[in-house]
Ligand binder design. Structure first.
Ligand code: HEM
Length: 409
């Protein structure tokens, strides 16, 4: 299935490509229809675009995740710092790209503590959403991304971690800095901001862990040092790296879930009317935003042995990219896949991936979005898009969100 694919490289499926940036489905649909299991020789990677194939591989816990054992030169090795391969996995990477046994060793205590924190965070999240909306309430026009969708996840994770109030402004600046690491085409200024932020954030987490060891508080940093003291096999570096991963994985994605969702409702007034009339639809609406315009395009796995996937023979160590966005619009499983319909029921989307690596932040992202969409259109009932024309999509490959989104009250 490598022959006449309608694209030449998977980069043409990302926001690097002007057509995919404007509408990723203009590229994904023809690929799914003609070459659903496609080998991109330029990046030495398979790309799966049908729901059944994507779901099968993403849920398969025998697949490898990290790039160490992936074919040299393949896409899966991109996130790998080859110069640090001699270091133990926990010292050089987060759970995002880690394999067993280290992945479970770290993810199990982290998720236990994090899920318990998230479960009791709804009142906190509601307050954060309300405060952020208060800050724009009197404005005739504002940038929904910069003034609303960026601060909500940053403040939410700060509160869960236990960041001190006096450090919140700095924490926001560092959080915006560390996620610049997701952008491979940074300006020199952005790289400097990123490096400064990583150093500052690492120093701050070290300080916070020491403080919480002396005197515990009601926060995730205290939970993690407590679990370590009780015998969880976690080094200080592993705790710090994975707390940082919560920011890198969670901030921009949740920003985009909110931004993309508001835009979808403003473009679909009948759906907005349904949401406002029946707040019980909020959880389903959040799932439909995730399906229809999820923040993340792809995730990846590596073949642990020679296998046949989607009727194609694949080799051990080959890299496989899973087209989450394409799978979510596959007509084989979603009726009218290109309609945004918040009353939709049935097959779940794959926007959070699946299996052992399923997004650890999904409960928090869902909670923030549910809190937001429960009140937003009630508080801004006449909101409209302030700038005509196509939105300014961010040029970040394999993520989908807007650079800015001016709305008028
Ligand atoms: C709408 C928002 C979000 C989306 C669409 C999203 C999407 C994803 C996806 C696709 C993966 C890879 C899953 C796989 O390979 O099977 C992932 C992993 C991850 N996400 Fe999220 N994410 C979101 C929010 C968050 C939040 C709020 C956090 C943290 C607070 C977070 C932290 C992580 C981490 C740490 C991983 C790695 C998990 C592992 O490999 O074990 N994400 N996310």
């Amino acid at each position: 299935m490598t022959g006449d694919a309608p694209v030449k490289s998977i980069l043409e499926l990302s926001a690097f490509d002007p057509i995919a940036k404007a509408d990723p489905h203009a590229r994904l649909k023809p690929l799914r229809e003609t070459c659903p299991v496609w080998r991109d020789e330029t990046t030495k990677t398979w790309f799966l675009s049908r729901y059944a194939d994507v779901r099968g591989v993403v849920n398969d816990r025998t697949m490898w995740r990290g790039g160490e054992r992936a074919e040299i030169g393949s896409f899966s090795r991109l996130l790998l710092d080859e110069s640090r391969l001699h270091e133990p996995p926990g010292e050089r990477q987060s759970i995002l790209t880690m394999d067993e046994p280290d992945h479970s060793r770290i993810r199990t205590p982290l998720s236990k503590a994090f899920y318990a924190r998230v479960a009791k965070s709804r009142p906190k999240i509601d307050r954060i959403v309300s405060d952020v909306l208060d800050s724009v309430q009197e404005k005739a026009e504002f940038d929904l991304i910069d003034e609303v969708a960026i601060p909500i996840p940053i403040v939410a994770i700060a509160r869960i971690l236990g960041v001190d109030d006096q450090r919140l402004e700095e924490f926001r600046d560092w959080s915006e800095g560390v996620i610049l690491g997701l952008n491979p085409v940074r300006t020199p200024d952005e790289t400097a901001h990123m490096e400064r932020s990583q150093t500052a954030m690492t120093a701050y987490f070290t300080e916070l862990m020491a403080a919480r060891r002396k005197s515990g508080a009601d926060d995730l940093v205290s939970d993690m040092v407590q679990l370590q003291a009780e015998g969880a096999d976690l080094s200080d570096t592993e705790i710090r790296t994975n707390l940082l991963a919560l920011l890198v994985g969670g901030n921009l994605t949740t920003t985009d879930l909110i931004g993309n969702g508001v835009r979808l409702f403003l473009l679909n007034p009948a759906q907005k009317a349904k949401l406002v009339a029946d707040p019980a639809l909020v959880p389903q609406a959040v799932e439909e935003i995730l399906r229809y315009e999820g923040p993340v395009d792809i995730t990846g796995r590596v073949l642990p042995e020679d296998r046949v996937v989607g009727d194609c023979p694949m080799k051990q160590s080959q890299s496989v990219m899973l087209g989450l966005r394409s799978a979510n619009r596959d007509p084989a499983v979603f009726e009218r896949p290109d309609d945004f319909d918040i009353t939709r029921k049935g097959t779940p989307h794959v926007s959070f991936g699946g299996g052992a690596h399923i997004c650890i932040g999904a409960p928090l992202a869902r909670m923030e979005a549910a809190s937001f969409f429960s009140t937003f259109f009630q508080r801004f009932p006449r909101l409209r898009i302030a700038e005509a024309g196509e939105p300014q999509w961010r040029a970040l490959p394999f993520f989908r969100g807007m650079e800015r989104f001016r709305v008028a009250v």
